[in-house]
Design a protein around this ligand. Structure first.
Ligand code: EPZ
Length: 417
């Protein structure tokens, strides 16, 4: 099992290239199942979730591979429907996008329940509700989801009961190719949703975004294109948390700054300043930093995917701070690990209050993708050596996290067993 070894106390200085956004890459890769032509996707991160998505498409008969370090070629012309009870489907939340794309292309799908990071139940009733509104029937089964399109209504209005990134994406992909109009309300507007809409519209779809509504005018088919996805806002903000802990100044290259402004305005007030120069985003920590109290919510609010890393940062802030988790109330498995480092914190329901603490090295266990990243953030400032187990979680969504941090001065390495 791979482990990460960190000796805390080094400040970070230098340049880091931000990779493409995992949560953009995954829906756009699966969206290629809707297209019977070659697509070239640029700025794709080499992370295990992307490798798994490409593997699934190849299992279906599509061509789907990296053709250089960050460029993927997909041609789903020869893809066919298979029994999608592959083990990796139940390990990855993004495999839920197979429901919409297979329904749209093949008229039916039967697949394992999509997995995802293990911070509580990951229901899909909003997805099912939407598919049924679009004319699909759900065949209840113990361990498989089976859906089949019957007569599809000409015009459909789907009002999601919860703001859901995955359900919004699935409704878009289930209705892009149709002969009717679909209205989706109570939508998620994360950058990765907008990235998918942009990709599909350039492929020939007709998708419009309004204040709290997406309108999809169905088209007969889509064409293959070359497309560059957004860079990873959570990766960039994770590195900003690292600098907040260690001090120094790093230049983040290949970022879309507008996606980061909401969080960076919080960091400014804490004493972690930012400026743009020559296309790079410079992040610098002042002499001392103050804590903050944040609530996670759908974009453009503070992102839930930065919650664990921000909690690690709060351990080093004067006055400490708090996080109220507004999306995944059980996303707190990292807290026990922070306490192994000496963190003083108190969790009540979906709120965690963190005091400034002197952290020391420890042996830690990553429990999910962002919790694992949080342990790296915390260990960078701790006195002494830390070991982080279960690195497989971290490599799901961070490309070369260890080598990027080492390149700006962190004392960090990963052993490959
Ligand atoms: C996506 O998950 C991301 N995953 C998550 O990132 C991210 O945390 C989440 O969006 C929120 O931004 C991918 O993009 C692959 P949701 P998703 O549907 O789509 C509830 C990471 O670290 N809900 O927006 O599964 C749900 O339980 C991962 O990269 C229902 O109740 O999230 C949650 O409380 C972790 N029923 C809330 O809605 C449903 O049918 C938001 O979930 C669907 C969702």
């Amino acid at each position: 099992m791979e482990k990460i070894f960190v000796t805390g106390g080094r400040s970070l200085n230098g340049k880091i290239e931000i990779s493409g956004m995992k949560n953009s890459a995954l829906p756009i890769i699966f969206a290629c199942l809707l297209i019977n032509e070659e697509c070239i996707l640029e700025n794709i991160p080499m992370v295990s979730d992307v490798e798994n998505a490409l593997f699934i498409l190849r299992q279906m008969g599509a061509y789907a591979s990296f053709i250089d370090e960050h460029t993927v070629k997909i041609n789903a012309r020869n893809a066919s429907l298979i029994d999608l009870d592959l083990d990796i489907i139940s390990k990855m939340r993004a495999s839920s996008y197979l429901m919409s794309t297979c329904l749209s292309r093949f008229g039916s799908v039967s697949m394992a329940y999509p997995g995802g990071c293990n911070f509580g139940v990951r229901p899909i009733e909003q997805h099912i509700k939407g598919f049924q509104a679009l004319g699909a029937t759900l065949i209840e089964n113990t361990d498989l989801i089976s859906l089949k399109f019957g007569k599809r209504p000409k015009n459909t209005k789907i009002v999601l009961d919860k703001i859901s990134v995955g359900a919004t994406i699935n409704m878009i992909m289930a209705s892009a190719i149709s002969d009717g109009i679909t209205i989706i309300e109570n939508i998620a507007k994360e950058p990765h949703v907008l990235d998918l809409i942009a990709f599909l519209n350039i492929c020939g779809a007709d998708i419009s975004l309004y204040e709290n509504q997406i309108k999809v005018v169905g088209v007969k088919g889509l064409k293959g294109i070359r497309y560059r996805i957004y860079s990873d806002m959570i990766e960039a903000l994770t590195f900003a948390c690292c600098v907040g802990v260690t001090g120094g100044e790093i230049a983040l290259q290949n970022v879309e700054g507008e996606h980061l402004e909401g969080v960076l305005s919080v960091f400014d007030k804490m004493g972690i300043s930012h400026r743009y120069k020559n296309g790079a985003l410079y992040i610098k920590k002042n002499a001392s930093i103050r804590g903050a109290d944040i609530v996670t919510a759908p974009y453009p609010a503070f992102p839930t995917d930065l919650h664990p890393q921000f909690s690690a940062l709060l351990c080093y802030c004067d006055g400490g701070g708090s996080v109220i988790e507004g999306i995944f109330p059980n996303r707190f498995a990292y807290a026990v690990e922070l306490e192994k480092l000496g963190a003083r914190l108190n969790r009540v329901d979906n709120k965690i209050i963190i005091e400034k603490s002197l952290l020391h090295g420890a042996t830690l266990d990553a429990t999910d993708l962002r919790a694992g990243a949080a342990l790296v953030v915390a260990a960078l400032g701790a006195t002494g050596k830390s070991t982080i187990n279960n690195v497989n979680y971290i490599v799901r969504g961070y490309e070369r996290l260890v080598s990027k941090l080492a390149s700006v001065g962190a004392d960090i390495f990963c052993d490959v067993k």
